[in-house]
Design a protein around this ligand. Structure first.
Ligand code: NAD
Length: 443
């Protein structure tokens, strides 16, 4: 039976996000009441619903949190995980608000979660659970193409998004825009080319932009281009796999370590990312993969001597206890909230540069935005002028990542109190949201 026992982690994660926002708000001198309005999570729905699995009734728990509705729909993934709690969902929803604002995606922020270990269920049972979950959320207005649009997050992907779209369509067959109720769908079920790999692709584009700035490379203690850079990746799921694969196969970087949940693979000459993933899919573990050293404790891989560390597993992985051991020069937050505030202070003292989550992993929501507008237009991009949809998606994503990076740089150049990219990202995001509130005359 699913349980929730992640309360401490969720609470700390939420507190962490608030601290990061507070730092930016201090730079902006935001008035306290407006600050409260921006930080408040507007609505949270908890659902409990029964499903008959193999003859037995099981009761599942899920949430959908809408952090902001200054723009609609509110947007954010649904996480399928055995240990997840409401605080975690609210922290993730808040990150979506700031992420969308930073990269100019005209959405509010939301997030959802279902307490489940998906690997414990047969496909048919999982479909029943997802369908029931969708009905529970949609019937209370927490899934809707105009107001609240989920996407994949940890533990789920295009298949589950198709089930959500299907369940929604069955509930509201007269809704012409039903397929826009969720993004990250399969290409032949209302999805868009390039969505599955979008977050990993966004990381690649973010890194390419970083490497176009010699002064930033020098500050991080790096040089040259991406070719030959030694990269460690934590988490070989959707985000980590695609990022690692593109960086190795297209940019010539060397993936010298992959940390997964039950151990890490190391090879200073570079690991074949696609083969590792194939092996992991077949065996359910990276243990036993040939031509690599294996270490039992995956956290040790984060302390490897390397140039770039990509954190693409989960929150709170670098913290007060291990930050001083990190030897990477640049850390990319593919996951949401993988570095605590305490960990970040130590990394900063050691002059380690961080590409913050609300920038580095924004590729997913950017391409979700493209998918949503495609669904509303009922026509694939490029059809009227003979242009390939994938090429349009990639160039739109690349432009967005480049623009956001340069916006952060400009913010730092214009305000001496902004000392790092994360604060810059939050200053830009909070400033946009504050302007919106002021224009509306709420405060
Ligand atoms: P996923 O479930 O596809 O992959 C996560 C991977 O991390 C899994 O392979 C899992 O085994 C591994 N893992 C779990 N705990 C680990 C540990 N302690 N050490 C090493 N590996 C571990 O999830 P995902 O969709 O790739 O999401 C990963 C992170 O990226 C999450 O924080 C998520 O919120 C964030 N994110 C995802 C997307 C997206 O489009 N999927 C977009 C933005 C941000």
């Amino acid at each position: 039976m699913p349980t929730t026992n992640n309360a401490d982690n969720g609470h700390a994660f939420r507190h962490n996000v608030e601290q990061m926002v507070n730092r930016a708000m201090a730079v902006l001198d935001i008035e306290p009441l407006l600050a409260e309005a921006i930080k408040a999570c507007h609505a949270v729905l908890q659902v409990k619903f029964p499903v008959r699995i193999q003859g037995q009734i099981q009761v599942f728990t899920g949430w959908r949190a809408t952090h902001s509705e200054h723009l609609l729909p509110a947007k954010g993934g649904i996480r399928f995980a055995p240990h997840v709690c409401q605080d975690e969902v609210e922290a993730l929803a808040a990150l979506m608000t700031y992420k969308c604002a930073l990269v100019d995606v005209p959405f509010g922020g939301a997030k959802g979660a279902l307490v489940i270990d998906p690997q414990q269920y047969a496909e048919d049972d999982l479909r029943k659970i997802v369908t029931r979950f969708t009905r529970s959320l949609a019937s209370k207005g927490f899934i809707h193409p105009a107001t609240n649009v989920p996407a994949p997050d940890m533990g789920c992907g295009a298949r589950e998004m198709a089930w959500i779209a299907d369940a929604y369509r069955q509930l509201y067959p007269e809704d012409l825009n039903a397929s826009a109720c969720v993004t990250g769908k399969p290409l032949d079920y209302g999805g868009i080319a390039g969505r599955t790999e979008a977050t990993g692709r966004g990381i690649q584009y973010a890194l390419r932009e970083f490497f176009r700035h010699p002064e930033d490379l020098a500050a991080a203690g790096l040089q040259g281009d991406l070719a030959g850079q030694r990269i460690v990746v934590q988490g070989l799921g959707n985000v980590g796999f695609h990022a690692a694969r593109f960086l190795a196969e297209e940019d010539g970087a060397k993936i010298i370590a992959i940390a997964e949940k039950d151990g890490a693979l190391l090879n200073p000459d570079g690991l074949p990312v696609a083969k590792v993933r194939e092996y992991m899919d077949q065996h359910g573990t990276v243990r036993g993969f040939p031509d690599a050293d294996f270490v039992e404790n995956p956290a040790l891989a984060l302390e490897s001597d390397c140039d770039i560390l990509i954190l693409a597993a989960m929150e709170r992985q670098i913290h007060a206890a291990n930050a001083a051991h990190v030897r990477a020069r640049l850390i990319v937050e593919g996951a949401n909230g993988p570095i605590t505030c305490e960990g970040e202070s130590i990394l900063q003292q050691n002059d380690i540069t961080i590409l913050p989550d609300i920038f580095a992993n924004a590729g997913g929501v950017v391409v979700s935005y493209f998918e949503w507008t495609k669904n509303l237009s009922h026509m694939r991009f490029g059809r009227m002028n003979g242009v390939n949809e994938l090429a349009l998606v990639r160039s739109g994503l690349d432009d967005t990542m480049r623009q956001a990076y340069n916006d952060m740089k400009t913010a730092m150049a214009n305000e001496s109190r902004i000392k790092d990219l994360r604060t810059a990202a939050y200053v830009i995001a909070v400033n946009k949201i504050a302007r919106w509130y002021k224009n509306l005359g709420i405060i």
